[in-house]
Design a protein around this ligand. Structure first.
Ligand SMILES: [Zn+2]
Length: 306
């Protein structure tokens, strides 16, 4: 049996696909994500997959990373906030039927984090927690070769930890989640409120770097809540390290030093939070999806005939 698998990363704007062997990308392709509903998305996934399968007929397994929430056991997307028409979409079953290959569905943040855990920033670590901080906050918890999913796949949804009861409303319907306090959207919201006009997250960071006090306060406030969240995760799991990915992490030391300082404050008397910037960039999604398929299906051999 080959270790070469196909990874698909379904995003809000593009579908990325790659043939992956032990963390190395052998071949890749990309398509825009259709905005016209589930059938079109399924068709685009099939097109991307077939293009690569033609070059690599040895591939026997497919991993699909998708935004969620998902019903992992049923291989179904419950809904995808940024992709129209994905409500209750049985995408793993349907894609498997079209390709004649087993398809494993995984949460996109879990997939990216798994790639970082096995082949990226955390490859030397036994246990790691991945946190991606972009518009929202996602994550994953990894021990050895395992992804910790929880009974309903909620494990790793670290962005929805409540850090400020009664705080700002989150997209999940709760108030005061980490994501609602410290992700890119929250930074833009807080700065726009403070300045009295609309600012993007990137503009807020530019102004903070230039030393503008209002912008700096907004960035420091976001870093404070992120440090608090990481300190809480440290006490719950004490992983060897935390891999930080996503757009906000690209602000580099200017931002991560502030996060570290806040985390240190909340871990006084405890082991410290060790931060590792994500290493695989946008490839993490496809590498992770492929790796989840390789790992999961190798545990359930022999493969069930389709
Ligand atoms: Zn939330």
């Amino acid at each position: 049996m080959t270790s070469t698998t196909l990874g698909l990363d379904l995003g809000g704007t593009k579908i990325a696909a790659a043939v992956v062997s032990r963390g190395e990308i052998l071949s890749r392709t990309q398509l825009p994500t259709p905005r016209t509903g589930y059938e079109a998305v399924l068709g685009a996934l099939e097109t991307a997959a077939r293009e690569l399968l033609a070059e690599h007929p040895e591939v026997e397994r497919v991993g699909l990373g998708s935004p969620g929430p998902l019903d992992i056991a049923a291989g179904r997307v419950i809904f995808a906030p940024n992709i129209p028409g994905m409500e209750q979409a049985p995408v793993a079953r349907d894609l498997s039927a079209r390709l004649g290959l087993p398809v494993v569905l995984e949460n996109d943040a879990n997939a990216a984090g798994y790639a970082e855990h096995l082949y990226g920033a955390a490859q030397a670590l036994e246990s790691s927690i991945y946190v991606t901080i972009s518009t929202g906050i996602g994550g994953g918890v990894f021990v050895g070769e395992r992804v910790i999913r929880g009974v309903h796949g909620v494990a790793g949804e670290v962005g929805h930890m409540t850090l400020l009861p009664g705080g700002p409303l989150c997209g999940c319907g709760q108030h005061g989640c980490w994501e609602a306090l410290a992700a890119g959207r929250a930074v833009a919201r807080d700065a726009s409120h403070a300045y009295g006009f609309a600012l993007t997250t990137a503009q807020v960071f530019d102004r903070a770097r230039a030393g503008e006090r209002l912008a700096l306060r907004v960035v420091e406030n976001a870093a404070y809540y992120t440090g608090l969240a990481l300190a809480n995760l440290l006490k719950a799991f004490e992983p060897d390290g935390f891999v930080i990915g996503g757009g906000m992490a690209q602000a580099g030391a200017f931002y991560l030093d502030k996060v570290q300082a806040a985390a240190d404050r909340f871990t006084e008397g405890f082991p410290s939070v060790k931060l590792f910037p994500a290493a695989l960039g946008t490839d993490a999604g496809v590498i992770g999806a492929a790796s989840v398929a390789a790992q999961q299906l190798s545990q359930s051999t022999p493969l069930a005939p389709l």
